[in-house]
Design a protein around this ligand. Sequence first.
Ligand code: ZN
Length: 134
Amino acid sequence: MSIHPRPTDSLFAEPIARSHATDPDTSVKAAASMNRSGNARANLERVVQAVETNPGKTSGELEQIVPGLDLTEVRRRLTDAARPNRSGVVRIVRSAARKCRVLLTSQSTWFAAKRCKECGDWVAVCDECPCGGK
Ligand SMILES: [Zn+2]
Protein backbone atom coordinates (compact mmCIF):
# COMPACT_ATOMS: atom_id res chain seq x y z
CA MET A 1 0.00 0.00 0.00
CA SER A 2 1.29 3.44 -0.80
CA ILE A 3 1.31 6.18 1.79
CA HIS A 4 -1.11 8.99 1.12
CA PRO A 5 -0.73 12.46 2.49
CA ARG A 6 -3.27 13.23 5.16
CA PRO A 7 -5.98 15.63 4.08
CA THR A 8 -5.85 19.03 5.69
CA ASP A 9 -8.81 18.58 7.98
CA SER A 10 -9.06 22.23 8.93
CA LEU A 11 -10.14 23.08 5.40
CA PHE A 12 -13.14 20.84 5.81
CA ALA A 13 -14.37 21.99 9.18
CA GLU A 14 -17.79 20.53 9.80
CA PRO A 15 -20.94 22.33 10.84
CA ILE A 16 -21.46 22.48 14.61
CA ALA A 17 -24.62 20.37 14.67
CA ARG A 18 -23.40 16.93 13.76
CA SER A 19 -25.17 13.83 15.04
CA HIS A 20 -21.96 12.14 16.17
CA ALA A 21 -20.59 15.19 17.93
CA THR A 22 -21.38 13.69 21.33
CA ASP A 23 -19.90 10.24 20.62
CA PRO A 24 -16.80 9.40 22.62
CA ASP A 25 -13.81 10.27 20.50
CA THR A 26 -12.38 6.77 20.81
CA SER A 27 -15.40 4.96 19.39
CA VAL A 28 -15.51 7.33 16.44
CA LYS A 29 -11.83 6.71 15.78
CA ALA A 30 -12.20 2.96 16.18
CA ALA A 31 -15.04 2.82 13.71
CA ALA A 32 -13.17 4.98 11.25
CA SER A 33 -9.98 2.96 11.52
CA MET A 34 -11.78 -0.36 11.08
CA ASN A 35 -13.53 1.02 8.05
CA ARG A 36 -10.29 2.21 6.51
CA SER A 37 -8.06 -0.77 7.14
CA GLY A 38 -10.51 -3.54 6.33
CA ASN A 39 -12.52 -2.17 3.49
CA ALA A 40 -10.35 0.21 1.52
CA ARG A 41 -10.72 -1.80 -1.67
CA ALA A 42 -14.44 -2.41 -1.22
CA ASN A 43 -14.92 1.27 -0.40
CA LEU A 44 -12.98 2.26 -3.51
CA GLU A 45 -15.34 0.16 -5.62
CA ARG A 46 -18.36 1.78 -3.99
CA VAL A 47 -16.97 5.26 -4.54
CA VAL A 48 -16.06 4.52 -8.17
CA GLN A 49 -19.53 3.11 -8.78
CA ALA A 50 -21.08 6.22 -7.26
CA VAL A 51 -18.99 8.40 -9.59
CA GLU A 52 -19.92 6.28 -12.61
CA THR A 53 -23.63 6.55 -11.89
CA ASN A 54 -23.48 10.17 -10.69
CA PRO A 55 -21.01 11.97 -12.96
CA GLY A 56 -19.82 15.42 -12.01
CA LYS A 57 -20.46 15.21 -8.25
CA THR A 58 -18.15 16.65 -5.60
CA SER A 59 -16.75 14.63 -2.69
CA GLY A 60 -19.32 16.16 -0.34
CA GLU A 61 -22.16 15.16 -2.63
CA LEU A 62 -20.70 11.68 -3.10
CA GLU A 63 -20.51 11.23 0.67
CA GLN A 64 -24.29 11.57 0.74
CA ILE A 65 -24.66 9.05 -2.08
CA VAL A 66 -22.43 6.32 -0.58
CA PRO A 67 -23.97 5.18 2.73
CA GLY A 68 -21.67 4.58 5.68
CA LEU A 69 -18.54 6.31 4.37
CA ASP A 70 -17.39 9.55 5.93
CA LEU A 71 -16.04 12.44 3.92
CA THR A 72 -12.41 11.61 4.71
CA GLU A 73 -12.84 8.06 3.46
CA VAL A 74 -14.66 9.22 0.32
CA ARG A 75 -11.84 11.68 -0.44
CA ARG A 76 -9.12 9.07 0.10
CA ARG A 77 -10.78 6.56 -2.17
CA LEU A 78 -11.41 9.21 -4.83
CA THR A 79 -7.70 10.07 -4.76
CA ASP A 80 -6.77 6.38 -4.96
CA ALA A 81 -9.10 5.70 -7.87
CA ALA A 82 -7.70 8.67 -9.79
CA ARG A 83 -4.23 7.08 -9.74
CA PRO A 84 -3.21 4.18 -11.98
CA ASN A 85 -3.90 0.87 -10.23
CA ARG A 86 -1.58 -2.16 -10.46
CA SER A 87 -2.82 -2.80 -13.98
CA GLY A 88 -2.16 0.80 -14.97
CA VAL A 89 -5.86 1.61 -15.14
CA VAL A 90 -7.21 4.95 -13.92
CA ARG A 91 -10.85 4.61 -12.82
CA ILE A 92 -11.92 8.22 -12.37
CA VAL A 93 -10.60 11.69 -13.10
CA ARG A 94 -10.76 14.91 -11.13
CA SER A 95 -12.39 17.72 -13.08
CA ALA A 96 -13.25 21.39 -12.75
CA ALA A 97 -14.20 22.69 -9.31
CA ARG A 98 -17.57 24.22 -8.58
CA LYS A 99 -19.55 25.07 -5.46
CA CYS A 100 -20.45 21.86 -3.64
CA ARG A 101 -24.17 21.66 -2.77
CA VAL A 102 -23.33 19.99 0.55
CA LEU A 103 -20.16 21.72 1.73
CA LEU A 104 -21.00 25.06 0.09
CA THR A 105 -17.37 25.57 -0.87
CA SER A 106 -15.56 25.14 -4.17
CA GLN A 107 -14.74 21.44 -4.68
CA SER A 108 -13.41 19.32 -7.53
CA THR A 109 -15.90 17.28 -9.51
CA TRP A 110 -15.30 13.65 -10.48
CA PHE A 111 -16.01 11.63 -13.61
CA ALA A 112 -15.44 8.09 -14.77
CA ALA A 113 -12.23 7.90 -16.81
CA LYS A 114 -11.57 6.70 -20.34
CA ARG A 115 -8.24 6.38 -22.09
CA CYS A 116 -7.55 8.56 -25.10
CA LYS A 117 -6.74 6.32 -28.06
CA GLU A 118 -4.44 8.96 -29.52
CA CYS A 119 -2.19 9.99 -26.64
CA GLY A 120 -3.02 7.47 -23.90
CA ASP A 121 -4.03 10.09 -21.34
CA TRP A 122 -6.99 9.45 -19.06
CA VAL A 123 -9.84 11.90 -19.54
CA ALA A 124 -13.43 12.19 -18.34
CA VAL A 125 -15.75 9.90 -20.32
CA CYS A 126 -17.83 12.86 -21.40
CA ASP A 127 -14.87 14.94 -22.65
CA GLU A 128 -12.67 14.92 -25.68
CA CYS A 129 -8.99 14.72 -24.89
CA PRO A 130 -7.13 18.05 -25.12
CA CYS A 131 -4.97 16.37 -27.81
CA GLY A 132 -8.05 16.13 -30.04
CA GLY A 133 -8.35 12.36 -29.73
CA LYS A 134 -11.46 10.57 -28.44
ZN1 ZN B 1 -5.33 12.45 -26.17
